[in-house]
Design a protein around this ligand. Structure first.
Ligand SMILES: Cc1cc2nc3c(=O)[nH]c(=O)nc-3n(C[C@H](O)[C@H](O)[C@H](O)COP(=O)(O)O)c2cc1C
Length: 181
């Protein structure tokens, strides 16, 4: 049994990215255990080098990092705010990036994004994919779902046939990477 961490990179209580990350993680295989992380439990002061030197790294950053290291794979779905990461996600990312260089503990990652708009958070997805892939142990499959409210149904999943085909292909890539890891 594999432990898959589903992270919606948003602090919104009704985040569509949380929903999408959990949906994708639960599709990987019925034998997996899916753990959903809520970013609101990892709220910390805004990262600064001065603060780190003064008070050290907050416990919540180590807690977040433990969740990563105790998992077998990560599904991260990114919300896009003004063309970039949400402040909630970026702050956690900054804090865990000063714990050790291997931020994502060399776990297989599936990177997703969705938004209510036509680009589906593609700008932040491209940013993350480029950054996370740098010298990474695994290829990182990625997929962006545009117009979430029209293209996703909580019971049926991705409604658009073409988008769903692309998504399923990305999921198969991710499963193969997990199985080889
Ligand atoms: C401050 C703010 C900035 C946003 N900027 C973008 C953006 O740059 N691109 C985009 O596609 N959607 C943008 N949106 C719309 C979000 O994609 C939409 O609110 C989506 O639901 C956020 O995902 P979440 O529900 O997982 O938090 C923005 C929303 C907010 C509140």
């Amino acid at each position: 049994m594999k432990r898959i961490l589903a992270i919606g990179a948003s602090s919104s209580s009704n985040s569509i990215n949380k929903e999408f990350a959990s949906y994708a993680a639960n599709l990987v295989s019925l034998k997996n255990e899916v753990i959903e992380l809520d970013l609101r439990q990892y709220e910390m002061p805004i990262y600064s080098e001065d603060l780190q030197n003064l008070s050290g790294i907050p416990k919540k950053a180590f807690d977040f990092k433990s969740e990563i290291s105790n998992s077998d794979a990560l599904v991260i779905s990114l919300a896009e705010h003004n063309g970039s990461y949400t402040a909630a996600f970026k702050n956690i990312y900054d804090w865990i990036s000063v714990i050790e260089a291997d931020v994502w503990c060399s776990k297989p990652i599936l990177l997703l994004s969705t938004s209510t708009g036509a680009r589906g958070g593609k700008t932040v997805l491209d940013t993350a994919h480029s950054r996370f892939s740098r010298n990474y142990k695994f290829k990182i499959p990625f997929f962006s779902l545009p117009n979430f409210n029209n293209n996703f149904d909580s019971a049926e999943g991705i409604i658009d046939i073409r988008l769903n085909q692309d998504f399923q292909a990305v999921l198969i890539d991710f499963e193969n990477i997990i199985n080889e890891s």
